[in-house]
Design a protein around this ligand. Structure first.
Ligand code: GRF
Length: 198
């Protein structure tokens, strides 16, 4: 059984999709948030999933917070750590500690539109397709080997909320699949590429 620890900061809909997928061979060992009042924590708690929170404001800087966070995560002996709307930039030390076992989902077709406000920026740039990307996390923000992507059309009438909603449907399908592939040992990282065998 592989232990999964999920980090969230807000509603946690991707965390819910992963939990609801009941991935064979995986158990969600804990859901951890940097915000004690994150909506997703209440959902997980109600499901009987272990939860914890660690407020970054209680720490003197990123290094101290990330060190404490890693210490907490490691008490759950994770095989995979999942970022699911975890709104913190992580230090290279933290990322290095979880090398090849730290995944993120980003609501754009990376390497386009890294960072925040992806949907607004995609519409402003006039792209005709947008989507989401699951990738392994490296020290460079929203870079790292791409595990999977899903594409959606951008319609003329879209505003950021409409596009975000269309992409979120794909996120909820893509992320559990990527986690299942990891858990089943189907993924191999080869430089910047992730190769998937059936
Ligand atoms: C998602 O759009 C995800 O791609 C981004 O943050 C959002 C989190 O949403 N990283 P949720 O908390 O999973 O509902």
């Amino acid at each position: 059984m592989k232990n999964i620890v999920i980090l969230i900061s807000g509603r946690g809909s991707n965390m819910q999709a992963i939990a609801d997928a009941r991935i064979a061979g995986a158990r969600i060992a804990a859901v951890i948030s940097n915000k004690a009042d994150a909506e997703g924590l209440a959902w997980a708690r109600a499901r009987g999933i272990t939860t914890a929170s660690l407020n970054h404001k209680d720490f003197d800087g990123r290094d101290a917070f990330d060190a404490a966070l890693a210490e907490l995560i490691d008490t759950f002996a994770p095989d995979l750590v999942i970022l699911a709307g975890f709104m913190r930039i992580l230090t290279p030390g933290f990322v290095g500690h979880y090398e090849n076992r730290l995944m993120n989902i980003h609501p754009s077709l990376l390497p386009a539109f890294t960072g925040l406000h992806t949907h607004e920026r995609a519409i402003a740039e006039g792209v005709k397709f947008a989507g989401c990307t699951v990738h392994f996390v490296t020290a460079e923000l929203d870079h790292g080997p791409i595990v999977a992507q899903a594409v959606v059309p951008v319609h003329d009438a879209d505003d950021a909320a409409a596009l975000a909603a269309r992409i979120l449907v794909e996120e909820h399908r893509l992320y559990p699949q990527a986690v299942a592939d990891f858990v089943a040992g189907r993924l191999t990282i080869a430089g910047q590429r992730v190769l998937r065998r059936d």
